[in-house]
Design a protein around this ligand. Sequence first.
Ligand code: PEP
Ligand code: MG
Length: 362
Amino acid sequence: VQPELSGDFATLMEWADGVRRLKVRANAETPEDCRVAREFGAEGVGLCRTEHMFFESSRITNVRQMILATDEKGRREALAKLLPEQRKDFTEILEVMAGLPVTIRLLDPPLHEFLPTEEADFADVATAAGVSVDVLKRRAAELHEFNPMLGHRGCRLGVTYPEIYEIQARAIFEAACDVADKTGAAPIPEVMIPLVATARELDLMKAVVDAAAKAVFAEKGRTLDYLVGTMIELPRAALRAGDIAEGAEFFSFGTNDLTQTTLGVSRDDAARFLGVYVDKGIYAKDPFVSIDVDGVGELIQIAADRGRATRPDIKLGICGEHGGDPASIAFCETIGLDYVSASPYRVPIARLAAAQAALEKK
Ligand code: PEP
Ligand code: MG
C-alpha cells in the first residue's frame, strides 16, 4: 500500500515543519524505502546500509567468493562482478532522492553471516572462484569468530581489505555522475565509514574513498561535491571525536552499537533481562529504545562538543533506532544535532517530535 499523508494530518505535519529546527531523514536501503520515506516527508537518507544489498540471492555467491578469497586478486575478481550491481543499487536510490542528501554507509557486516554453511553453497562458490570446496571450507574455518559483533566488521574490513571499500566508493561515484548527467540534479553523496574507533582508521578509509572519487571523476570528465564522514558508535570514537573530526565532514551517531558498547549489553540479547532492569528501576527506560541520557547521552554530548571544537561546521546526526524515538529526539534537539534519521514509517512521528522538542526548548 502506498502511504499518503493527507487532510488534517498533512496540515498538522506542515505546522510541525514550520516549528522544528531538526531535519528529519530516513534509514533507507532500497528505492522502495526511499519512495516511502519521501512520501512521509523525509528530507534525505541518513543511513543507507549496504549489507543487505550483499545478501541479494543473485549476488550472494559472488559476495561469498569475495569473503573467502585468500588474496587481493581473488577479492578483486569477485568485486568486479559485484560492481555493476552496486552501481545500479546506488543509481536507483540517488534517482529517487533527487538531489536530497544521501548518506551511504560502506559495508559493515558481521562477517559470519556471509559464510556458507550448506554443501550446495560451497559448491556454487567453488565453481565461481575456480577453487576446491576443501580450500573454501578451510578458509571459512579461519574466518570463524567467537564474537562477531566485536570482530572483523565495519571499517576493520575496509582496513584489511581496502579493495572492498574502493569498489563500493567507485559504485557510489559512478552512480552519482550518471544520475547527474541524466537528470541534471547533481546528487551530493555522503560516504560514511562504520565502526571507526581511531582517527587513523578514518584517515586510511577516507584516502581510499577520495582516490576512488578522483579516478571516477577523471574517467567521467566531471566532478561532483561529496562528503566523507563517520559513524560515532564506539565509546573511544566519542572520546576521540576531536581528532576524528579532522578527517570527517559529518558524524552520525550509531546509538545501537554505542548503547551496546557503552553499557556492555548485547543489542541482540538484551531482552532477556532488560524488562527486569526497567521494573527494578535500574534503567528508567529500555536504553535500546530511548537514549540512556546519563551514559550514552553524555558520550554523544562529549563527541558533539569535541567534534565542533575541531570543525565548527561539522554536520551532526543520529541514525540508530533512537532517531525515531520522541524522548531521544528531544535529547538531540537539546544538544543541537542537525538531523535525526528514522525508519521510513517513523518519519512523521519524528517530524512531530522534533517540533515538540523545539517548542519545549523555547
Ligand atoms: C547503529 O549501530 O546505531 C547503527 C545505526 O548501525 P547498525 O544498526 O547497522 O549497526
Ligand atoms: Mg552500528
